[in-house]
Design a protein around this ligand. Sequence first.
Ligand SMILES: Nc1ncnc2c1ncn2[C@@H]1O[C@H](COP(=O)(O)OP(=O)(O)O)[C@@H](O)[C@H]1O
Ligand SMILES: [Mg+2]
Length: 655
Amino acid sequence: MAHYQAINDDDDDDGDNQSTFTSASSLRRLHSDQEEGAGAGVSISFENIVYSVAGRDAPLLDGVSGLVRPGQCCAVLGGSGSGKTTLLDVLAGMIPDGPNVQGTVRFGKTVINAAQRRLVSAYVMQDDRLLPSLTVRQTFWYAAALRRAKNDRMQSRDEVRLRVEAAIDDLGLRKVADTSIGGVFSRGISGGERRRVSVGIQLLTNPSVLFLDEPTTGLDAFNAYALIETLSALARSNNKTILFTIHQPRSNVFELLDGVMLLSNGKGVYQGPAAALGDHFTACGFPSGRFVNLLDHAIDLVVVDKRSPETEDATTERLNGLVKAYQASALYKQLEVDLAEVGGDDNAAASSSHIPVVTGYNKSTNNVAWAVRKFRRWVYTFTTVLARQFTNLGRNPIALGMRMAQLIAIGSILSMFILRLDNNQSSVQNRSGLLYQAMMSGSFVGMLTAIPLFPEHRDLFYRERRQGFYNAGTMLLAYVVHVLPTALIAVTVASSIVYFGTGLYPETSRFFVFAGVIFFGYLFGELLAIMFMGVFYSPVIANTSSALYMSVASLISTSVFRSYERMPDVVRWVSYSSIYKYASQILIVNEFQDLRLTCDDDEPCRYPSGNFYLELYYPNAVENVARNWALVIVFVGVMGVSAALVLQFRKRSMR
Ligand SMILES: Nc1ncnc2c1ncn2[C@@H]1O[C@H](COP(=O)(O)OP(=O)(O)O)[C@@H](O)[C@H]1O
Ligand SMILES: [Mg+2]
């Protein structure tokens, strides 16, 4: 098993994080353990954890205690809803300290707060959030780069490479190192391998403490066993402390476990060596049958059966009996002794193993150097996120096709529908209709592209935001930049087809104005959909909402149906809040200014010239071109900022 070097050995002394530390030296000590790789290791001990939330009468965790020593792999068992994930969240510091969380959590000998626990431990969450088109190696590479950026002591590329290859080996992913992760658009590695990748990402920082929420759920028996086997080996050979939840353990997993913790209704029903589980329940009067999976047996015993009041009463009574029996057992006494021993002499421990803090630039003493370093770190993070998005797009032919082909296809259809414009009276309506259609199509295509392609970036962002790698602004900026090349090509090609195909005003500079408006409309559509995908998790609802918004916004901002002057006041005011009003005026002026119009003998000559038409329906539009451009750009910017704010601050379920 490869020997990891610590990549996350230096905590972020950004200033913002530093302020959350109560004791930098104790944290430093935990980190120093990591620097030694398979060093002393860190035990996790917790006493009487009580966690309650408003609106629920019973606490979610009700006096849970336990101890996991370095080198041990411990499973938290329990039926669904028993509080397993909640316990992991508390221990890993995902649930912030507050009056609703009671009890003490020690890493090693030291009581540390939630923010510190979060920094020191790694947490593999239940579902995998990976970019589907990247290969396994690329996934590790970018994950390592992001961790490197967050860290002060930047490793060389070679060191990062070593780290990545070590993770590939440790998790047995060598065979699939260059295979795509896979997802909706393409097949890739298996579910078990995907889970291994998620574990490997967390191991890149060489954490001493690793939490995993249901790592085996969704895996077949073989893969589940193999994964636990890997975890168990990791714990032993690298002296890591591993705690994972599992709700349907196979019996063969049993032999791999060092410790078992059994939860029901937030109460601890058993905590101790896996080997003693059977005897404990036999002693409680519930021996397991010969061919029964002991773990299943234990879970069955403590599940509260809510199917009827009678069964609920009976099973609750049995559970309470078992909780009492456990608290009266020798195991529990032993745990209390062990906890006291681990907690022992806090102060002595803190002073004796003090390790000098390696400080980088301190914010208060050197503002310029601090700002420069912070900026460089941001640039590195930004380019990493950007490169990852480019790689992901470049490896996904379907996404590339969508980005390139949709706009061009719509442009061609539009162009074929109109065919050639001439300059007679009926061409006036054709022209303005074509301009509106082109503008709205661009925006719709933007929206329709973001709906299927953005969620994978969003979900990865939600995951990585928890770890504080970057904010929504950085992610969205990278996303927009990675969209630019394909968008610019597709918009230019599609616009040429429409513009020159139908014979709009033949002047190159006017073509670029046209293409520019289509481009910003496209970008607006994409950002609008992204904003709604921040508000609503479901892309289907985001899709409906953005389509509705666009339809209304385009309807009220065109004077195809009604001229502005004759609109009711309310509608006219609302129309000012639509980007399409300003974008369409740019296009109309671009086309009709100085346009020569002819009058055939058999039709009334309503519009002697393009300028006459502008004067009639769009008074002031000519003078307002610069203002309209400014507004279009402001609208796109505001939509981008809104999307970033929604993504950043929308409270998602913690999981
Ligand atoms: N933030 C919360 N607010 C209210 N109830 C919660 C919250 N988090 C979890 N719960 C409830 O606490 C119980 C335990 O949840 P959880 O720890 O997710 O169970 P498990 O992981 O064992 O399936 C469940 O009944 C769940 O609905
Ligand atoms: Mg859970």
